[in-house]
Design a protein around this ligand. Sequence first.
Ligand code: NAD
Ligand code: UFG
Length: 345
Amino acid sequence: MKTILVTGGAGFIGSHTCLCLTEKNYQLIVVDSNINSTNKSLEKIKYMNPNSKIIFAKGDIRDLSFMRKVFNNARENKSPIEAVIHFAGLKSVGESIANPLMYWDSNVCGSINLLKIMCEFKCHTIIFSSSATIYGNTKTNPITENEPINPTNPYGFTKAAIETILKGIFGSSESSWRIANLRYFNPIGAHKSGLIGEDPLGEPNNIFPILCKVVQGKHKELRIFGNDWPTFDGTGVRDYIHVMDLAEAHISSLEFLIENKPQYLELNIGTGIGTSVLELVKTFESVNKCKIPYVFCNRRIGDVANAVADNKKIISLLNWVPKRNIKDMCKDGWKWQSLNPKGFN
Ligand code: NAD
Ligand code: UFG
């Protein structure tokens, strides 16, 4: 049974990935500071899969001695960490503009720390949560992995910087490292059971949790940021991907890395299908039989018109295809929100 360290594993994407990993019989060590999560998500995973083996270590990846202890304990327990799936980080574009240093410190210093400890313990396999935000304003859509890296906000710069660091590490010792940068497009939805889902602490910035709050009556209306974008209906187009498809992409990436020669991968993770804000609203209304009041507002600073993944590379390389459509995302995401209006609390 292989032991995998999952940083940020109590969070939204991390918890869904942990569930899939336990179903594949991996033994997990989850490191999370809970700055944007609660470990109740992990308790739910144990409930959903009673055979799961998860050790939770609460702490910050920037704490070198804590991270050393985590790796050391695993080695002493005769289950050394074989690979790391690295989700831990801050993810709000707006917050990163307001407080860039906090983002550089948490995301970049945190990743450097993690990599130092991985080197110390000769653990050379890592899957990193990168983001489509690193592409910025692209000339072409769908976006391939060869598109220039051109972030437009500090959050995006931290993700691009971590990719650069990982590339350098791979270059320094190509015979040992197995690295995958997974560039997520827009993850939404939840596990179909409604038992785990997205539970951001504080006010959400992303459309899906905001949309759910409107339906719950916590917000009067959805503010749609712009109806004058150069898209077919004037609203922003994104490549929404079901969080379970994203979680499964991590399992496929991990298995691919472990089974193949050392290598460095950059992979888009999306469905390849663009959905406008208005289409998302209409789909949500029809699937969940509800009404979403909305108003058009000014464009949000930093937004792009269109961001859709060219996902040919991941589909041809890995044993993975996205299986769930936008209706499934709306249905499953709302099921979690409606069954758990206060999240995990
Ligand atoms: P999340 O906030 O739910 O999960 C991140 C987890 O990391 C949280 O549980 C948080 O408590 C933890 N964490 C943060 N900083 C930490 C630190 N220094 N030490 C230890 N734990 C720490 O976010 P998510 O949506 O699950 O995103 C996971 C990863 O995917 C992030 O790196 C994010 O940047 C990236 N990503 C997310 C999206 C998205 O839209 N959700 C898109 C692209 C990339
Ligand atoms: N939107 C609204 N109203 C809202 C919130 C969002 O109209 O209240 C619109 C946005 O303008 C955009 C679309 O909904 O057109 C999606 O916005 P999100 O904030 O949900 O997502 P973004 O595409 O802006 O960014 C997200 C994550 C980033 C990640 C990126 C990857 O927030 O961290 O996806 O593509 F990098």
